[in-house]
Design a protein around this ligand. Structure first.
Ligand SMILES: Cc1cc2nc3c(=O)[nH]c(=O)nc-3n(C[C@H](O)[C@H](O)[C@H](O)COP(=O)(O)OP(=O)(O)OC[C@H]3O[C@@H](n4cnc5c(N)ncnc54)[C@H](O)[C@@H]3O)c2cc1C
Length: 493
């Protein structure tokens, strides 16, 4: 039995765990009621619904706020030895329920591990502490005339470590790529406290790429403590452009053609009728679909690109609109209504992002719209495409529903998700483009990677985290092995 657990034989009471952490780690551990509440869950809409309805969900036992990699390592070692469950907490802006304080959980908040560690203009690299807020990280690069080029809508409320853990996508992705295309190297701490560093090189063929263990795995394999990005020069020119189409198919065909012709505006967003009217009121005739583009790069390239993209859009029956539409998007792009505001009006809402190859997207879009519209209480469902690739694109679906009775909020919310997931799976798309799996998609993961794929993920998890202490509960349970959650963490076992 390890020394730290000597005094804890058998089941521990929650206060024993908090006290153990305070004794071992001192002032970086908090049990302040407000701090516990602030770290109870992420931005998952279902957690907001449950809060609104007054459901008493568990609070974390404690929040640990390490200030260095060594403190993260020490914290994990203690929790590993004592079998205490821990969940990493970045900005808490995740929308899939990957952060949820189930019974006996301790949060490790990255909020004290912030700032720029190093910036290198020759190599175009910047290294940050993983808890650095996204916008702060971008501004720190911009001081040197450089940019990360990653602009998630949540840039002001998310962290660079969270971007890695959720495999995030930014609004300028069509040219700049997603987070996996920007991250050079990372430092992470494994559940037993071991510190892992990957190498800062532009590319390597040195066996399995260890960064992949942490990309998109939602804190299940380790806590990311440092992140380096490959930066870009600030663009010389940036210009907006907009087109309208009669059908989604025409807009999608135009996008597919210009992306594959080698024209890559970083921002490519095609809105269906509902989203065009909701996001750009008065800017387009009812029934039309808006395509909003931002072009960036050397001035000459931007001008040539705009001319060629216009020709392709016109070939697909699009017509050019006022470029102020793109400026309007830039200005309003990060403003979203709060869940609380909607819940107070009796409305449940969420966004669901999926992807598919070009051939499947039009059919998938129609299936999802029909399926969600059939859910009782649905008042709005619409979609836009916002991340395009040579082989396909994503759809970002927004739904809002007002059940006839407030007691049906949770049920209506779940029905909208289930119908969307079923339609996406039937149409051959991916269940997630960039928000991750968390708890909201966990039960649909088998349809993405098969039972065999899930079993492989379990084996990887067991090899890295044999005691299952790090963000447990995110992988589907083994068939026939559905265990009731263990309310009492074991200390000393
Ligand atoms: C209004 C709004 C807009 C959004 N727009 C976008 C968007 O445009 N693109 C996009 O991709 N996402 C978007 N999101 C989702 C969310 O912002 C991203 O998933 C983001 O990457 C989460 O970062 P975070 O720091 O808030 O992570 P958190 O929510 O704190 O955590 C997310 C997951 O990562 C784990 N984690 C956090 N930090 C670490 C770490 N250092 N090491 C290991 N694991 C860690 C957590 O345990 C959890 O499982 C949006 C969310 C909101 C609320």
């Amino acid at each position: 039995m390890s020394g730290i657990t000597d005094s804890f034989n058998g089941n521990a009471k929650p206060e024993d765990i908090a006290q153990l952490l305070k004794d071992k780690l001192g002032a970086i551990v908090s049990t302040d009621a407000q701090i516990l509440k602030n770290h109870q869950h992420d931005w998952w809409s279902l957690s907001a619904i449950q809060d609104f309805q007054g459901k008493q969900n568990p609070l974390p036992l404690a929040v640990v706020m390490p200030e260095s990699t060594e403190q993260v390592s020490q914290t994990l070692k203690i929790c590993h030895d004592a079998g205490i469950k821990v969940v990493p907490f970045g900005g808490g802006s995740g929308v899939c329920g990957a952060i949820k304080a189930e019974e006996g959980v301790v949060m490790i908040s990255m909020e004290k591990m912030t700032g720029l560690i190093d910036i290198d203009k020759q190599n175009m690299t910047a290294t940050y502490w993983a808890g650095t807020n996204g916008m702060e990280a971008e501004k720190l690069a911009e001081k040197d005339g450089l940019t990360i080029g990653h602009w998630p809508q949540s840039i002001e409320i998310s962290t660079v470590g969270g971007w890695i853990a959720t495999k995030a996508a930014g609004q300028f992705s069509t040219a700049n790529g997603n987070i996996e295309d920007m991250v050079l190297d990372i430092e992470a701490v494994l559940p037993d406290g071991t510190i892992i560093n990957t190498k800062q090189v532009p590319r390597a063929s040195a066996g399995f790429d260890l960064r992949q263990l942490f990309l998109g795995t939602e804190g299940m394999h380790g806590i990311v403590t440092k992140v380096s990005f490959s930066l870009r020069e600030m663009p010389e020119s940036s210009k907006g452009q907009a087109f309208a189409f009669d059908t989604m198919e025409d807009g999608l065909d135009a996008m597919r053609e210009f992306v594959n012709a080698g024209w890559k505006p970083p921002v490519v967003r095609l809105y269906d009728t509902q989203e065009t009217q909701r996001q750009f009121p008065g800017k387009c005739l009812p029934g039309k679909k808006l395509l909003v583009l931002i072009h960036e790069g050397p001035k000459d390239l931007v001008d040539v690109q705009m001319k060629n993209v216009k020709a392709i859009c016109e070939k697909h029956k699009g017509w050019e609109k006022n470029s102020k539409i793109a400026a309007h998007w830039l200005e309003k792009r990060n403003k979203v209504p709060s869940f609380k505001e909607l819940l107070e009006k009796g409305i449940v809402a969420d966004t669901i992002e999926i992807s598919a190859t070009w051939d499947k997207i039009p059919g998938l879009y129609k299936k999802v719209m029909a399926a969600v519209n059939a859910v009782p209480g649905v008042a709005l469902v619409g979609a836009h495409s916002s991340h395009s690739y040579r082989s396909g694109t994503n759809l970002y679906i927004t739904f809002a529903a007002k059940p006839d009775d407030a007691s049906k909020m949770e049920e209506t919310y779940k029905a909208c998700w289930e119908k969307t997931m079923q339609a996406v799976i039937e149409a051959g798309g991916s269940i997630s483009h960039h928000h991750g799996i968390g708890r909201v998609r966990k039960d649909f993961l088998k349809d993405e990677i098969g039972e065999e794929g899930i079993e492989l993920l379990r084996k990887i998890k067991e090899a890295i985290d044999p005691k299952g202490i790090l963000n447990p509960g995110l992988l589907p349970a083994k068939p026939g092995n559905v265990k009731k959650p263990d309310n009492q963490p074991k200390i000393g076992k």
